[in-house]
Each structure stands twice: as C-alpha cells, then as structure tokens.
Design a protein around this ligand. Structure first.
Ligand SMILES: *Cc1c(COP(=O)(O)O)cnc(C)c1O
Length: 492
C-alpha cells in the first residue's frame, strides 16, 4: 500500500467506522458464538503472497463482527463504561502516523512535553492539590499516563516497597531485601478490584483485606485495628490502596479517616478511582475526592468515562523521586544531554514498560473539542440516566435497589432467593438484547446496570427496563416463587 492508496483506504475506513457506529443499535449487543469459533474461519497460516485489501475488509464482517461484543452499543450496560469519541480516534490515528516510542524526552520531546501539560490540565480539572502538578508551587509531584489502573496500582506498590526497604536498611544495613519483604504487609478493602490483589501477588508481599461497612465503604477504625494487630505481630505495614468507586457497587472509601492513619504510620496511600475519577471534574462530585491530599499517589481512567479511548490511565504522584528512585536504570544508549534538567521528564523511570505511545494527543484533542463543559455534560447525562433507571426499578416492588446510586451504576436484584436473580441474569445474557454483568454484595447475587455508551438515551434505558421486567414476569410464570405483579412502566 502506497500513500495514494492509503489516502483512499483511510477515507473508506473512516466511513466504515462511522457506519458501524451509526448502525450499532441494530446488532445483537452480545455475540452468539462459541469458544473457538474463529479459527476455522481463516487459514491456519499467514499468506505467503499478499492478500488483497477488499478481501480483508470483507472478512471483517464475516470473521470479526460475529465475535464482537459491542461495547459502544447503547444496549450495553456491563462492567463500567469504556470511553470512546471521534476526536480521540482521530488523535490516535495521528499517534499511529507519528509512530514514535517516547521513553525519554530526547526520544520525541513533544510526546513527553504534551503529556506533562495534559496531566496538569487534567489535574486542574479535578482540582487536585498543587503538590500533584508539575506546575504546582514548590511541587515535587507530577502525572503520567499508564496503560491501566492495574498497572498504576502495581507501580505504586513497587515504589512503596522500595522506599520502605531502603528506609529500614538505612538503620539496619544487615537486613537483606528478602528478610524485609517477608515482613511487609499491604492493605485494601474487601471490595477492591482484583488487580489490587494481583499487585501484591506480583510484588511478593502480603495483602490483607479490610472489612467494609454496611454501605461497602472502608472506615478508618477498621484499617487502624488491622495495622495495630500486624505491628504487634512484628510485621511492617507499608501500603494501602483505597478505592473511590468500587467495582461491585461504586462505594467510596472514607479518605478523610484513612489518610491521616496512613500518614501517621508511614503507609503509602494509593487511591484507585478508575471509574469514578472522571466525575470529579464536576463540582457536585468533587467532595468525594476530599482527602486526596493525604495520598502518595492517585489514579483514574480517562479511558473509562472521559471520552478518551483506551488506553489512557492517569496517575499522579506527590514525589516523582519515589518512582524514579525505584525504577531508574540508565544505560549509555539512553543517556542524553538534557538529562537531569529541572523541567525535563524521562517517563521510562516512572513505569514498567520502556516503550510508550503518544497517548497525550488523545487527551489534547478530546479536551479541546469538548471543553470542560462538554465533558461535564457527558458525566451528568450518564448520572441522570442511572437515576432514571433507578426510579424504574424502585417503582416495581418485585425488585430492590442494593446500593446507593451516586454515579452511573445501579445495583439491583429480584427480592427473594439468589437463584431467582441468577436465572434472570442468565435469561438476559441469552436474549442478547442488552448486556450486563452480576456481582456479589453481602452474599447476595446482584445485577449491575452501568450506563456505558456515549450515545445512550432515555429511550434505551426504558427499553432495557421493559426487557428486564418482561423476563422477570416470564420467570414468575415458570416454576413458582415470584410475587405476581406486572412491571410499572414510567413513560417519558
Ligand atoms: C476498572 C477498574 C480497574 C481496572 O482498570 P484497568 O485500567 O482495566 O486496569 C481497577 N479498579 C477499579 C475500581 C475499576 O473499576
């Protein structure tokens, strides 16, 4: 393919994507394929001679689309939202075109410099304390785009581990890393995302799960009690991961109670706000983030709810030196003459991989094309759709709401046995008209209804509810158990 053909095919590809998204509602949101469906559809070896482009494009509909879960369908309500917008997709094309690998400033100065400014822009949108911004007065902090929240949690844990080991060895030089690792203990909520547990597994340290309160949030006294027990047993508490917006029910740990305990005990506090973080750009939700000033690191995913396509996970640290101190490794071929300059960042010292894409372009395009007001409108629309769905559920007394609806997630179930809600969920998945996933809260089987697609409108919410209520009625006509009552339908 030469540049003349690329011009033509590129325009066709833009049309293909626009057509796909314009008509996405017509497709079953969840694929009907079985594992292994794809292998028989294509040759078992790569072609020796080039294929032609038309055949490849034809195969997209034949081979790929039948196995796609349509995350951007307005009938998709599973997991949490995945961000997508046209400006972000265009910026990603440009990033592919430039195709640089921005591990150091010298490797492509614009790649590093735009990222540092975008992280400050975003930090200011969230009203993060100055100490997290590159441009903050007397700040030693700054931000980086990581690939995922999982990676940010791990990077923070590894940095905390390194810092603690060095501190202990400063007064006990005879202690080996291994001896210290064996005593280190980290903490998180029992409601944490699985990636937090994995960070401790990968980091080779113990992790204890602190019980949450009746609204699934972590309180200070529960953490303090465990830390005291562990210290009495000769262990060394060193890391705590708080969650703002837990994955099962979108609960918020109490930072203002937890933060001071961590600071007093020399425990690194990391905040995982993967989903909920985007909402803090709205003044009405910013109070949830109060207490971030106690944190050593903070992370959320613009690739979930801020219209920047995957991958874009925003992480800030209070002391850049904590990351660089843990991960720095400087062979001659990566040295350059501006190293160590005050205004210069070499992001390879802040992360696990060395190579990195020019991801800040997506942020720049999206922030400029939407403006803060456009981004806030997007968040508010999703929250209001969730509230609308909540009111539909509440109006049907066969159902109950299982957790407070604060942002774009509604947790609900059929009153009665877990088996009943489980069967309802199975039937929803089988129908392929909408898609959602369950969770477990307090031993109860709960359905999670998350507002996901950018294009979701009230009519999609009502259609989804109709569908759920209908399947629930069919369950009740099955082998008993359901209270008889039709769904209440609120017309818009
Ligand atoms: C989605 C989510 C994650 C995982 O995010 P990745 O970027 O996919 O690693 C972690 N924590 C919470 C609370 C989440 O909601």
């Amino acid at each position: 393919m030469d540049s003349a053909e690329f011009r033509r095919r590129g325009k066709e590809m833009v049309d293909l994507i626009a057509d796909y998204l314009d008509n996405i509602e017509e497709r079953p949101v969840y694929p009907g394929v079985e594992p292994g469906y794809l292998r028989p559809l294509i040759p078992s070896e790569a072609p020796v001679d080039p294929d032609n482009y038309e055949d490849i494009i034809k195969d997209v509909e034949r081979v790929i689309m039948p196995g796609v879960t349509h995350w951007h369908s307005p009938h998709f309500f599973a997991y949490f939202s995945a961000a997508q917008s046209f400006p972000a997709m265009l910026a990603d094309m440009l990033s592919g075109g430039i195709g640089c690998i921005g591990f150091s400033w010298a490797a492509s100065p614009a790649c590093t410099e735009l990222e540092t400014v975008m992280m400050d822009w975003l930090g200011k949108m969230l009203k993060l304390p100055d100490c997290f911004l590159f441009s903050g007065v007397n700040s030693q902090g700054g931000g980086i785009i990581q690939s995922s929240a999982s990676e940010a949690t791990l990077v923070a844990l590894l940095a905390a581990r390194c810092k603690t080991v060095r501190k202990i060895q400063a007064s006990n030089p005879a202690l080996s890393d291994g001896e210290i690792f064996g005593k280190l203990v980290s903490y998180t909520s029992e409601q944490c995302h699985s990636s937090v547990e994995r960070a401790a597994l990968i980091g080779g340290v113990k992790m204890r799960k602190v019980p949450s309160d009746s609204s699934f949030a972590l309180r200070g006294d529960a953490l303090k009690k465990m830390v005291d027990e562990d210290k009495a047993a000769g262990l060394i508490p060193f890391y705590f991961c708080a969650t703002l917006g837990t994955t099962p029910s979108c609960a918020f740990d109490h930072l203002l109670e937890l933060g001071p305990i961590c600071n007093e005990e020399n425990i690194w506090m990391h905040i995982d706000a993967a989903y909920a973080g985007s909402s803090f750009i709205c003044p009405e939700y910013r109070h949830i983030l109060n207490g971030v000033e106690f944190a050593d690191s903070f992370n959320f995913n613009p690739h979930k709810w801020l219209l920047v396509n995957f991958d874009c996970s925003a992480m800030w640290v209070k002391r850049k030196a904590d990351l660089v101190g843990a991960f720095k490794c400087d062979p001659l071929y990566l040295k350059h003459k501006n190293q160590g300059s005050e205004v210069m960042t070499d992001y390879r010292h802040w992360e696990i991989p060395m190579g990195r894409r020019f991801r800040s372009l997506k942020m720049w395009f999206v922030f400029r094309m939407y403006g803060l007001s456009g981004l806030q409108a997007h968040i508010r629309k999703h929250v209001s759709l969730a509230k609308e769905f909540e009111s539909l559920v509440r109006a049907d007394d066969r159902f109950e709401i299982c957790a407070e609806v604060v942002l774009g997630l509604v947790c609900f179930r059929l009153k009665g046995t877990n088996e009943l809600s489980q069967r309802l969920h199975e039937n929803i998945v089988k129908s392929r008209e909408i898609h959602l996933v369950p969770c477990r809260l307090d031993g109860r089987f709960v359905l999670r209804f998350a507002i996901c697609a950018r294009t979701t409108e009230p009519r999609h919410i009502h259609r989804a509810w109709h569908h759920i209520a209908k399947l629930a009625s069919q369950l009740s006509r099955g082998p008993g158990k359901m209270p008889e009552r039709g769904p209440a339908v609120i017309e818009t």
